[in-house]
Structures are given as C-alpha cells and as structure tokens.
Ligand binder design. Structure first.
Ligand SMILES: Cc1cc2nc3c(=O)[nH]c(=O)nc-3n(C[C@H](O)[C@H](O)[C@H](O)COP(=O)(O)OP(=O)(O)OC[C@H]3O[C@@H](n4cnc5c(N)ncnc54)[C@H](O)[C@@H]3O)c2cc1C
Length: 491
C-alpha cells in the first residue's frame, strides 16, 4: 500500500530561495490541505544579492501566477536583454551575450554556420548585427518577443533585474496570502526520528517547535539541514572557478542605464553592474588567492565612485552539494551549492530545484528512488552551468594578470573540452536536450571569447559563397530595419 501523503511542509529560510519555494508550493498544493510553514531569522538576514535573471524566469512567474506589471513595480525591476562582457579579450574589448536567437525566425541553428563560412572566407561580418536582441540593447530600446514564427520579434528574449529584498517581500505577500505561515527566529535544534533518520521538527531559540513531513532547506550557503544535519558533502570546484569572494555596493540610479547587465573583467575577477529603477547594484567578484580583500574593495570603489551604502563582503566556495535531497530534506538555493554570479544562473537553479521537487513530490516515506532521480538531474544541471562559466574564465586573451594566466593554464572539465573541440573542428555546438544555455548563447560566448571554428556545416554548401553572403546581408538589413521601426515606435 502507498505511504500516506505529505500533510505538512516546513521551509527553513526566507531569502529568495525560501520565498520562491513557498510561493510555488503554496500554489501547486492549493486545496490539498497541506500545512506550510517558513522559518527565517531577521538577525541572520539574507545574502542580499542576486538581482539579475535569465529568461527561464518567465516559466516560474507563470507557475506562481505572477502579474508582470505589479512585480516590476514592487521590485524596482528593469528589463534585461543580455549581458555585455567588457575586457574579457583584453582592455577595451567587448562582446554581447544576447537572450533570444540569431538571424531570422527559424534560422537560429544555421546562422552561426553562415557566419563561420563568411569569416573563414575572409569576409568581415559583425556578429552583433545578426541579433535583434543585441541591436535593441545597443539602441536602449525594449521590445517583447512574440510567438509568431513569421515575425522577427519571435527571435527576442528578455529577463529582469530586480531588487532581491523587494522580490522576497513580494513573494512573501503572495505566499502568506495562500496560507504559508511565517515563523521568525533562529533554528537552534533539529530533531530526527531515531529509526528512519528523517527530520521530525525544528525548534527556534524562542522555543517554538515546527514539526513537518517534508523539510526544504533554504538556509543559504551553510546548508543548516542538508550539510549541518544530513552531512551531504560538498564538491569543491574552485580549481575551475577561482572566485570565492565578492564586494557588493549600490550606487545612485542611472536614468541612462542600459537594458543589460555589464560584466567587466578586472585584475582578480570581474565586476557586475546591474541597473534597477531606484539604484544600480555593483559588485566585484574576485579570487582571494589572487587579491587581498582590502585591495579588491579599493578597486571596486575606484570603478564605481561613491556608493550609497558601505560595501559588503561575501565569501563563498564554488561547488555543489554531493546530494541535494537526503531523506526528507531537500536543499534549494545556496544551500544546495553556488558556482558564482557570472551569467546569473542561481535564481534559475532555484526554479529548477522547485520544478524537480514538484515533479518528484514524495509521500511521507520519502522514497529514496525519488531522491536519487532528483540528485542525478541536479548534478547534471550544475555541471552544465559550471561548464558554461568555465568557458568564460579559460578562454580570455590579452589578460596577463596572474588570475587570468592561471585560468588559461587550468585543464578544462572533460565535458567542456569535448564541446570546445567539436566547435573548433566543425562549428557544431554539441548540446544535449536538457542543457540550459542553447545555441545562441554558446555561439555568442565562444565567439566573444575568441574561439574560432575551422569549418561550417556542409549542408550550407548547396548555396554558393556569394549567395551565403547575400543571405547574411539580407538578414542584417531586416534586423536594422526592424530596430529602426521599433525606435520610431512601430512594431
Ligand atoms: C556575490 C553574489 C552575487 C549573486 N548574483 C546573482 C545574480 O545576479 N543572479 C542570480 O540568479 N543569483 C545570484 N546570486 C545568488 C543569489 O544571491 C541566491 O541564489 C539567492 O539570493 C538565494 O539565496 P538563498 O535564499 O538560498 O539564501 P539566503 O539569501 O542566504 O537566505 C537564507 C535564509 O535562511 C535563513 N536562515 C539561515 N540560518 C537560519 C537559522 N538557523 N534559523 C532560521 N533561519 C535561518 C536566513 O535568515 C535567510 O532568511 C549571487 C550570489 C552571490 C554570492
């Protein structure tokens, strides 16, 4: 006979991960009579960063039934069309990783090959001219993608920058409105069942005891339940991703701010600039092996001018928990691991954690097979994101600082080495169905980081070289025309 259904869920932590989980579970479990509690500690607080997203956020927003206009207003959000990488190919260099696809609708997979063919034939073509999203970002003009496969607008993609604190507050209101009960206080005691090893209850320093069938650990980097209690173990990836620290500081709002995140390579890491409606978020992600914290702080301040608040130092170890689900504890958010903020993937990983939990939602016995599947997919997702990040660090050129030299010399993960080898030889992007970043992203970053393909897909050779160039010119002209129309206020 099946075990009894879950009757109560407790979420430990009220940061972005905790409240996203609370908003999603309270929606998905509505009407099932499942009691939901969230425990957070004002004294401990949240990490307070994590303000740039990627387009997969739309899936989550739909899931929780979020109204975009209300969300943008409440969180001081701005549009994000992609990321501009400055200085990754030496001082003065820049490239753009756009959301959305290259070329005309339906051309997304062949357009890279058309460009590779032109480049290898000695014909200069600017990759940016072939992405409507990039061109709009350059023109500081927002337009929304549409689902019409005949329209150039269907090649667009966007995400948001938002204020992390306001986002958590916004989701809290939503989750509490759906019955999630919030408890304030530091958890100091964790009870386990002596026989099954399952967690039974959490007790706060005020003496409040919260019992549940299922516990979601959203307690941040320390992973109070998944590591502190269940001893999941941690896979340290700092040999691939060298940064382990960040200074963060806000500056005044910039009315002329771009519709993208900026990631600028620096001496021992990189700086982010995330424009919001009411301020600009800035930070310097750096490796403590290559720069002292005080020098890193000075370098951030020299780049951003006078901040609106004292810079805050955050330390982390890049890597992942060996298991994110053990017994009746599922870690979501920083408690499950953190790589680093380049490419803004952490909130996405919270969403995929929630998505996996919903599709593998257990009964009271928390069948280990479900956890096994969760952990397999989790490992694969983290490795996929890791490889995309390592691509940026390894393939810089013209950067002579010790950190960058060390990254250039470090061996690649096998899975990334394979992708790079395939691209260099044949221009093919060897992606798997579940990979987060798709052709346009890999092509933008590989090309932007200076990787060159020796060949293109021979399917293109049914067209002459001259016709290929004419096709590219027509695509470029169509995108330029569309940008001009959008700037003039048309569609
Ligand atoms: C420098 C930096 C920049 C980042 N930038 C981005 C970005 O641009 N985009 C992106 O997607 N992600 C980014 N991230 C990641 C992002 O910040 C996190 O994924 C996100 O904020 C979720 O954090 P969290 O909720 O897991 O943890 P936290 O925000 O740390 O929340 C932990 C919660 O647990 C509670 N808690 C802990 N211990 C106890 C206890 N004993 N008792 C009771 N409560 C407890 C705390 O009070 C808090 O409410 C960045 C991270 C860093 C470090």
């Amino acid at each position: 006979m099946s075990a009894a259904p879950i009757r109560s869920v407790a979420i430990l932590g009220g940061g972005t991960a905790g409240w996203m989980t609370a908003a999603a579970l309270s929606k998905a479990l509505a009407g099932q009579g499942v009691a939901m509690a969230l425990i957070e500690s004002d004294a401990i607080g949240t990490i307070g960063v994590g303000e740039a997203t990627i387009p997969t956020i739309h899936w989550f927003n739909q899931l929780i039934g979020l109204d975009e206009a209300a969300f943008m207003q409440a969180t001081g959000a701005t549009w994000k069309l992609g990321i501009e990488f400055r200085g990754w190919q030496g001082e003065g260099s820049a490239y753009f990783h756009p959301f959305g696809t290259y070329g005309l609708p339906g051309d997304a997979q062949m357009l890279p090959h058309r460009l590779i063919r032109a480049w290898n034939g000695g014909h200069a073509r600017d990759i940016e001219a072939f992405s409507l999203t990039t061109q709009l970002a350059r023109a500081r003009r927002f337009a929304r993608g549409n689902g019409d496969p005949r329209s150039l607008l269907s090649t667009l993609g966007h995400a948001y920058h938002f204020d992390a604190g306001r986002y958590a507050a916004f989701l809290r209101q939503m989750a509490e409105g759906r019955g999630v009960r919030r408890h304030e206080g530091r958890v100091t005691r964790i009870e386990r069942d002596g026989e099954t090893g399952l967690v039974r209850a959490l007790t706060t320093e005020r003496g409040e005891r919260i019992a549940a069938d299922l516990f979601i650990d959203c307690s941040g980097l320390k992973g109070l339940l998944i590591e502190g209690e269940m001893a999941a173990g941690f896979e340290d990836w700092s040999h691939w991703l060298p940064c382990d620290s960040a200074w963060a500081a806000p500056t005044a709002a910039d009315p002329a701010a771009p519709l993208h995140t900026t990631a600028t390579a620096a001496q021992a890491g990189w700086r982010w600039r995330i424009p919001l409606q009411h301020r600009v978020g800035n930070g310097y992600v750096f490796s403590s092996r290559f720069q002292q914290a005080e020098a890193a702080r000075d370098s951030l301040l020299a780049a951003i001018g006078t901040p609106e608040a004292e810079p805050r130092l955050i330390r982390f170890v890049p890597g992942r928990r060996r298991k994110a689900w053990i017994g009746n504890v599922v870690a979501i958010g920083l408690s499950s691991g953190f790589l680093e903020p380049l490419e803004s993937t952490s909130i996405h990983l919270i969403q995929t954690g929630i998505g996996k939990l919903l599709s593998l939602f257990p009964r009271q016995d928390c069948a280990p097979l479900l956890a096994e599947q969760y952990n397999r997919v989790f490992a694969r997702e983290m490795e996929d994101v890791r490889d995309f990040l390592v691509l940026h660090y390894h393939f810089t050129q013209g950067r002579t600082e010790p950190l960058w030299q060390a990254c250039q010399a470090a061996p690649l993960p096998d899975s990334l080495a394979y992708k790079v080898e395939q691209f260099r030889a044949s221009g093919r992007l060897m992606l798997q169905g579940e990979d987060l970043f798709r052709d346009a992203s890999w092509f933008a970053v590989m090309t932007g980081q200076g990787l060159r393909a020796a060949d293109h897909n021979p399917m293109l050779d049914s067209m002459s070289e001259a016709d290929n160039l004419r096709h590219l010119d027509a695509v470029q002209a169509a995108i330029a025309k569309s940008v001009a129309q959008l700037q003039a206020g048309g569609a």
